[in-house]
Every structure is written in structure tokens, then in C-alpha cells.
Design a binder for this molecule. Structure first.
Ligand SMILES: NC(=O)c1ccc[n+]([C@@H]2O[C@H](COP(=O)([O-])OP(=O)(O)OC[C@H]3O[C@@H](n4cnc5c(N)ncnc54)[C@H](OP(=O)(O)O)[C@@H]3O)[C@@H](O)[C@H]2O)c1
Length: 332
């Protein structure tokens, strides 16, 4: 089968290439999926570039030979492993092969093997690209907005980075739960963020929300472009800060330095700082599928690249100005 493999760290278009490799075999509790689409997320560009360097301590000084990238997926079940009883060949599914973001058996391929607990039926009426591109971005947003922040009717939430993959979902999900949403984005995305459900939109080239008078019950910070202590000043009393960014710069630690400073801020009890992992399980996938199927949220796709151009897709994400999500489409 054709897969996009990586044998060293570096610029995506230089280190990712299409290669014929063995089709994986589903073990017990796993499912072989004929991939129709995948998409690009932060762990993908971090795993391809090996930056921030500190992540190589976990991922290895070199990636494993023929490491296949990509974790989000949608497709059609081809074969099920021992013990899988509720999925059958021919079922349309979406989900993830994500383990720690550095999996060597990824979804930028014609076939991949996913654990059954990370696959559910694709929502009816939703395209393969829209389903795949919703997985990590949509689940990160759902976990942060609903589970971690507990957003409800009337909650004033600010989403920094409202026009990216996570942000476009966070704005829609918060609006769906009745929150008063403020989205922060660049000038070309102001109209889109408003259309997604933000009552107020801040163009970061004109206004610095950390220095403005408005106060928020929740700040979901997908960019961390301000020191967390300054961002926390925009919280209302008792407000919650959710730092959620690996950052846009490279180097040894990238945004991890600011994540650590946010942690210290919380430990010093100067703000209610809550970290929000992306939970990829069947319950959350079904909830996300329900939101997509009902039309409460829709996946914003900037561009869908063919499998052969996965390197360009990852490079596009690395620019940190993709409008919504970047999909990878696998021809049938
Ligand atoms: N918690 C988890 O498990 C988890 C999982 C996945 C991702 N994440 C995190 O989520 C974050 C967001 O990811 P993403 O995929 O949505 O996309 P992204 O490409 O990292 O972020 C795009 C957003 O950042 C904004 N932005 C870029 N440069 C900016 C600047 N200088 N000042 C202010 N805003 C700027 C963009 O605005 P414009 O384009 O409008 O300029 C856009 O809204 C990432 O940092 C990632 O680490 C966390």
C-alpha cells in the first residue's frame, strides 16, 4: 500500500515521502481501515520537524524507520481483529490512531490499524474529509469548552486563536451551549469567526485583549502569544484560564515554557489554571459526531491536500494561519 513515511526530522516537504509499505494487520481489539481522509494537527508537525527538541526525549533521537504520520482518520472498515464485535467490513467510521502523538503507524496511508475504542460510526451526512478533520481539533475544543471549563448559558468565554482548527470548533461548541463568545483572530478571519457564532470578534492586529477592559469567565488560549500572567488579568473574579498551545516558535521548548509559566501561576493560586487534554475515546467521538450530524457544528476546512502532498499539508499547518483545518484526502 502507499503511505507517507518519515525517516528523519526536518522540514515536512523534505522529510515526508510516499512509499510502498506492507499493509498492517489488525491485532486483537484493532481494526484495519481503508483510509479515505486524515488531517494535520500540532502533534503531526511536531513529530515531523522534531521541534520543540525536548519532545525528542519522548519520540526518539530519530523517528522509527518508515514512521507513518497522521492520527485523525475517516474511512471504511476493511477487516477486524479478534474480539471486535461491533464493527464490520464496510462500516464507515471516523476516529484516531493517536497514542501519544508520535505513533509510527499513522493515517497518512491507504490503510491503517486503529484501536476499536478510538473508532465510531461516521456521522450520517458528513463527508470523509469533514469527519476526519474534526477528530483532534473538535475533541480538543469539546474537552476544553464543555468538560474542563463547564461552559453553560451566559458564560463569557474568550477564544484566543478562534480561526484555527481548535478555535473554529471551540467558538461553535461554546455558542451551541449558550455562551457569549468572544473570538480573537487576524483581520482576514473576522467575518468567518462571527459567522461561526462569536458575538464579539477581536482583531489581534488592532486590539490586545489582555490590555482591554473586558473580563471573561473563561479564556481558552490556543496561541499563548502573551505571558499567562497578563492573560489572566482579563479574567473575571473566579474565572478559568485554559492554556492550550505548544506555541508557534521552534527551539528547545517552544510554547512549553509558557505552559510551564501558566502552571506556576495556578500553583501560586493567582488564577484558576486548568490544562485540558484531548480525550480520544468512543464517548467523546460519539458526542462530537452528534454535534456534527445535528448541524450544531461544522468542520471548517481551509484546504484538502492529496496524500502525495501530505508534506505540503503539514507545512501549511506550520504557518499557523490555516483557516480552520487542513485535510489530507486519500483517493479511492
Ligand atoms: N490539548 C490538546 O490535547 C491539544 C490537541 C491539539 C492541539 N492543541 C493545541 O491547540 C493549539 C491550536 O491549534 P490549531 O490546530 O487550532 O492551530 P494553530 O495553527 O496552532 O493556530 C491557529 C490560530 O492561531 C492564530 N494566530 C497565529 N499567529 C498569531 C499571533 N501572532 N497572534 C495571535 N494569534 C495568532 C491564528 O489566527 P489568524 O490565522 O486569524 O491570524 C489562528 O486563529 C495549538 O497550539 C496546539 O498546541 C492542543
Amino acid at each position: 500500500m502507499r503511505a507517507v513515511v518519515q525517516e528523519r526530522y526536518g522540514p515536512p516537504e523534505q522529510v515526508l515521502r510516499v512509499k510502498q509499505i506492507e499493509r498492517p494487520v489488525p491485532g486483537p481489539g484493532a481494526v484495519l481501515v481503508r483510509v479515505r481522509a486524515s488531517s494535520v494537527n500540532t502533534p503531526d508537525w511536531a513529530a515531523v520537524t522534531g521541534v520543540p527538541y525536548v519532545l525528542r526525549l519522548q519520540a526518539g533521537l530519530r523517528p522509527p524507520a518508515d514512521a507513518v504520520r497522521g492520527s485523525d482518520l475517516s474511512g471504511v472498515v476493511e477487516e477486524v481483529g479478534e474480539g471486535v464485535t461491533d464493527l464490520r467490513p464496510g462500516d464507515e467510521v471516523f476516529g484516531s490512531v493517536w497514542d501519544d502523538g508520535f505513533t509510527s503507524a499513522g493515517a497518512f496511508a491507504e490503510y491503517t490499524v486503529a484501536p476499536v475504542e478510538r473508532l465510531v460510526a461516521k456521522p450520517p451526512g458528513i463527508g470523509f474529509e469533514e469527519a476526519a478533520a474534526a477528530v483532534m481539533s473538535g475533541l480538543t475544543a469539546l474537552c476544553a469548552v464543555r468538560d474542563t471549563a463547564g461552559v453553560e448559558r451566559g458564560t463569557k468565554i474568550l477564544v484566543n486563536g478562534a480561526s484555527g482548527g481548535v478555535g473554529t470548533f471551540a467558538v461553535q461548541i461554546a455558542a451551541h451551549y449558550g455562551a457569549e463568545v468572544t473570538g480573537v483572530c487576524g483581520p482576514r478571519n473576522v467575518d468567518m469567526v462571527r459567522e461561526l457564532g462569536a458575538r464579539h470578534v477581536v482583531d489581534y492586529t488592532r486590539v490586545d485583549f489582555t490590555r482591554a477592559p473586558e473580563r471573561y469567565d473563561v479564556i481558552l488560549d490556543n496561541v499563548l502569544n502573551h505571558p499567562p500572567s497578563r492573560t489572566a488579568r482579563a479574567l473575571a473574579p473566579g474565572g478559568v484560564l485554559i492554556p492550550n498551545s505548544l506555541g508557534n516558535s521552534g527551539g528547545v521548548f517552544a510554547g512549553l515554557g509558557r505552559m510551564a509559566r501558566a502552571k506556576l501561576l495556578g500553583l501560586a493560586r493567582r488564577a484558576d489554571v486548568r490544562f485540558s487534554p484531548c480525550v480520544v475515546d468512543r464517548e467523546h467521538l460519539r458526542d462530537l459526531g452528534g454535534l456534527l450530524a445535528s448541524g450544531a457544528v461544522a468542520t471548517v476546512i481551509d484546504r484538502a491536500y492529496p496524500l502525495e502532498e501530505a508534506g505540503a499539508a503539514v507545512a501549511h499547518m506550520l504557518g499557523h494561519h490555516a483557516r480552520g483545518n487542513v485535510a489530507v484526502a486519500v483517493a479511492v
